[in-house]
Design a binder for this molecule. Sequence first.
Ligand SMILES: O=P(O)(O)OC[C@H]1O[C@H](OP(=O)(O)OP(=O)(O)O)[C@H](O)[C@@H]1O
Ligand SMILES: O=c1cc[nH]c(=O)[nH]1
Ligand SMILES: [Mg+2]
Length: 249
Amino acid sequence: MPLLRNHGPDEPCPSCQTGPRTTTRIRTASGGRYRSPVDLCIVDHPLVAHKLTTLRDERTDSPTFRRLTEELVTLLAYEATRGVRVAPVTVQTPVGAAEGVKLAPPRPLVVPILRAGLGMLEGMTRLMPTAEVGFVGMVRDEQTLVASTYAERLPDDLSGRQCYVLDPMLATGGTLAEAVRFLVRRGADHITCICLLAAPEGIDRITALLQDLEVPCTLVTAAVDERLDERGYIVPGLGDAGDRLYGVV
Ligand SMILES: O=P(O)(O)OC[C@H]1O[C@H](OP(=O)(O)OP(=O)(O)O)[C@H](O)[C@@H]1O
Ligand SMILES: O=c1cc[nH]c(=O)[nH]1
Ligand SMILES: [Mg+2]
């Protein structure tokens, strides 16, 4: 099964304009070029770039970081939900009947990856308040860079559900890959991942996984950075997102 963009495989992405693809060229944050085979949307908007730049700035304090994360996620969510399923309805205005749409059942499921993904939840549900929310707690071992799951609260059956996974950082991709695998095991057949920042290494890992799983999946991000450093941190990145949101543990 091909990897599909939410807005259709033959249409250019209205935000990043990278065109229909399984392989395309995109610009990285520093102006370099990276060849990506993943269904990827880099939201190209001055407000997104502005907020991301302030998030990157090491002088940005925790309260500001939290507020900007929420605002940035709302902007990314606008693109990420372009393919959310709707059903036609008719409503009565004070003047007459109007044809419109409403979100179609079953309700979309938003899944923040604890801890840092929790900082993205409010920004997402502001845009889609009727979504259900499930939780997965994961942490990456900072020595081995292997992710493990320490908590999970999700519906048992995700068949037919559109799932929106929230995690600010896609670094090695170990965490997101594990989360996607988990959702697919529960029956999810359509997954959109929203990340503030992604590294090429993480995108490659998710792409390989998706080709194995054959599940349509879109990755929406504000930027693709250059690389990972020797500790597995995104360069230039923004540091440890969880620590900047909630403090060092
Ligand atoms: O792509 P990866 O190499 O797996 O790294 C990315 C993960 O690392 C961070 O979480 P962390 O493990 O620091 O947990 P936290 O959210 O509790 O800080 C981040 O929020 C991602 O979940
Ligand atoms: O750069 C990174 C990599 C993993 N986790 C983070 O929070 N930041
Ligand atoms: Mg962390």
